[in-house]
Every structure is written in structure tokens, then in C-alpha cells.
Design a protein around this ligand. Structure first.
Ligand SMILES: NC(=O)c1ccc[n+]([C@@H]2O[C@H](COP(=O)([O-])OP(=O)(O)OC[C@H]3O[C@@H](n4cnc5c(N)ncnc54)[C@H](O)[C@@H]3O)[C@@H](O)[C@H]2O)c1
Length: 333
């Protein structure tokens, strides 16, 4: 039986990828430290095992690789609060870069068949959209720098040791199992959590920044199945929706979908890319057109889940390393 390791599988995208792998007949081992994920996100299936632990624990990784002899590694574990990464640089590089390297080491030693990595559109930084995979990345924050460093390390590992990899650069993913209590990231979940509490929706700046919000159900099947598509090996692949929306438009659509009216509270603009959207012709060539869920349809599905899940307490990141320029809204209770 094919056995896959899914790091971050108790998290949002990882929970979907794990389920897609089970559908493909894989045995799945989820490794997650539950820093941003939840046990209730895990698939309930005989072929799915959960290991509570960190990718920073390289001795644990060595034991897991020995025990399970993984065919494939899907590496989704990360702390993905891009905007916060300026203020938690050491943590960001330890968790997202060194943690990834621990997995790459074991993958080389155990000669796995393919390493699937979720990088990010953040690698492009402020390059002029549409972002295309043949552009040279210019990440603008530590999160993007760490993601790009892992991409480069995978290329080195392939050159030196023949490790196969597929790199995805998703963007602005939303959907069921998203952490509604994370105040630093994923505007869709933040808006839903605020609306359920009767709080105003906070928008950085004028809200005219544009993003192509992408429904998780459209991308997780491709991430899972890429190992069966040899043409995707060694490729960097943008993945996500084509249609971009302003954050203001998103706020209106989330309110309509939830059937709740909320006030908008504009707070100071933060240092972020104004327009980020990507060219997906490579993904379409490799995987076909696939599903393209509209924003309203995707939000409706997420809302059903969010209402069942209920309000999540928005917790603060405990160990901020640099306080200078930290958006004040992130310090509020
Ligand atoms: N959601 C998006 O819009 C988006 C966009 C681009 C890239 N990505 C990438 O996709 C991946 C999944 O993102 P997500 O949105 O599902 O985030 P998420 O926070 O919901 O999931 C990440 C999971 O990783 C786990 N984790 C974090 N550090 C860990 C560690 N040291 N050891 C073990 N587990 C650890 C967390 O507990 C969490 O369950 C991440 O690599 C992220 O950078 C996400």
C-alpha cells in the first residue's frame, strides 16, 4: 500500500489533502504539533494515523521515516501568518525553513518517491501580476523568503541526490477547517469570526487591495494527485482561482453569504502587496481545468461549516520578537 506523510494535516489545507489522499487509496500518517491545527480536522479513517509532534524534532522524524517507509511526503506544516513574519523572524525561519530541511534530510536518506511542498505566492513579492512561474522570485517578507529558500533547497537536493519534488504556490485559500481564531491571517475566516461575534470587520487601509480568493476544494485534489503526474515533477506550479476581488468586495460577499450585516472598520494600511494574482496556465496544462468554484459558492460552503463550528477565541501569538511597527490592531484583546 502507498504510504504518505502529511505534515500539517490537522491544519486547514492539510486536512483536505489528507482526505484526498485517502480517496486515492493512500495510507496517511499526519504529523502536526497542533500549534495552528485541530484534532477535529483530522480524517476519521482506518487508514489514517495521527502523530502529535513537530517537524523540528528530527529524532521523531527519523523514527517515523524508519517505521513507515513513506512513499511520498506532503509538507504543509508551517506557521503561515505572512504579515506577522516580520515580527517573528527567528520563529519563522526555524519553523518554516529549518523544519522543512529536517524533512528534506529524511526524505533524501529514505529515498522517498516525491516531496510535495506548499510554497506560496508570497515568493513573488511585489512583482507585477500576473505572477508567472518563470519570473525570478523577489519575496518581500520573511515568510516568503523562507518559502523560497525551501524551494531552492529542494532543487539542490534534486541535483545532488535525485530527490523528486513538486512545488505548489497557492494563494488566499479559504474553506472548511480554516482556523477561525487566527487573528493574523486569512481574511475570510477573520471576517466570519468577527461577524458571528457582532464585531465590525477590520480592513487594513482602503480595502482596495486585490486578491484571487481560492476555494480549498478546487486545489487540494491537485496537490494530492500530483505525484501521479510525472510531468509535474521538478515543477513550480501556481495554483488557485483566477478571478480577483477587492477586500471590500469580499467583505460584502461574506456578509451576504452569512446573512449578517456588519460594520466595516478601516484601520491603518499595513505594508503589504497591493495586487496579487497569478497565472495558472501551467496548472491547467498539467492537471486540466478542474473545478472553479465561484467566490459565493465557496463562501456558502464555508459558512455552513463556520456556523456549525461557532465563534473561535482569537488568540495572540505569545512570543513576538520585534514590536516596532506591529499593527496596533494585533495587540487588541
Ligand atoms: N492558506 C493559504 O492561503 C495558503 C497560501 C499559500 C501557501 N499556504 C501554505 O499551505 C500550507 C498549509 O497552510 P494552511 O492555511 O492550511 O495553514 P494552517 O495553519 O491551517 O495549517 C498548518 C498546520 O501546520 C501545523 N504546524 C505548524 N508548525 C508545525 C511544526 N513545527 N510541526 C508540525 N506541525 C506544524 C499547524 O499546527 C497547522 O495544523 C502552509 O505551508 C502554508 O504556508 C497556504
Amino acid at each position: 500500500m502507498i504510504t504518505s506523510l502529511v505534515t500539517g494535516g490537522a491544519g486547514f489545507v492539510g486536512a483536505h489533502v489528507a482526505r484526498e489522499l485517502l480517496k486515492l487509496g493512500h495510507k496517511v500518517v499526519v504529523l502536526d504539533d497542533l500549534s495552528g491545527g485541530f484534532e477535529e480536522n483530522l480524517p476519521h479513517a482506518a487508514e489514517s494515523t495521527f502523530v502529535h509532534g513537530s517537524i523540528l524534532d528530527h529524532e521523531l522524524l527519523a523514527r517515523l521515516f524508519d517505521e513507515h517507509q513513506f512513499d511520498y511526503v506532503y509538507h504543509l506544516a508551517a506557521y503561515a501568518a505572512e504579515g506577522l513574519s516580520h515580527f517573528i523572524r527567528r520563529f519563522n525561519y526555524q519553523n518554516n525553513l529549518v523544519g522543512s530541511v529536517n524533512l528534506i534530510n529524511e526524505s533524501i536518506k529514505h529515498k522517498i518517491k516525491c516531496f510535495v511542498f506548499t510554497s506560496s505566492i508570497a515568493t513573488y513579492g511585489a512583482l507585477t501580476p500576473p505572477m508567472r512561474e518563470d519570473m525570478t522570485p523577489e519575496p518581500e517578507d520573511p515568510y516568503g523568503v523562507a518559502k523560497y529558500a525551501v524551494e531552492l533547497d529542494l532543487k539542490c537536493a534534486h541535483e545532488m541526490f535525485g530527490l523528486n519534488y513538486v512545488i505548489f504556490r497557492p494563494h488566499n485559500v479559504y474553506g472548511e477547517y480554516q482556523n477561525l481564531g487566527d487573528r493574523y491571517r486569512n481574511v475570510v475566516g477573520i471576517f466570519m469570526n468577527q461577524l458571528m461575534q457582532g464585531k465590525p470587520l477590520t480592513i487594513f487601509g482602503d480595502g482596495e487591495q486585490k486578491r484571487a480568493f481560492s476555494y480549498v476544494g478546487d486545489i487540494a485534489p491537485h496537490i494530492a494527485n500530483c505525484v501521479n503526474i510525472p510531468e509535474s515533477y521538478g515543477e513550480v506550479i501556481n495554483i488557485g482561482a483566477d478571478q480577483e476581488y477587492t477586500v471590500n468586495e469580499l467583505a460584502t460577499t461574506v456578509m451576504e453569504s452569512m446573512g449578517l450585516e456588519g460594520m466595516i472598520r478601516h484601520v491603518d494600511a499595513r505594508n503589504e502587496v497591493q495586487i496579487a494574482w497569478a497565472d495558472h496556465s501551467k496548472a491547467h496544462r498539467l492537471f486540466g481545468q478542474g473545478r472553479a468554484t465561484t467566490l459565493r459558492e465557496g463562501l456558502d460552503q464555508m459558512v455552513d461549516w463556520a456556523k456549525r463550528t461557532g465563534i473561535k477565541k482569537s488568540s495572540k501569538f505569545e512570543n513576538i520578537e520585534v514590536l516596532e511597527k506591529l499593527p496596533p490592531v494585533w495587540l487588541e484583546d
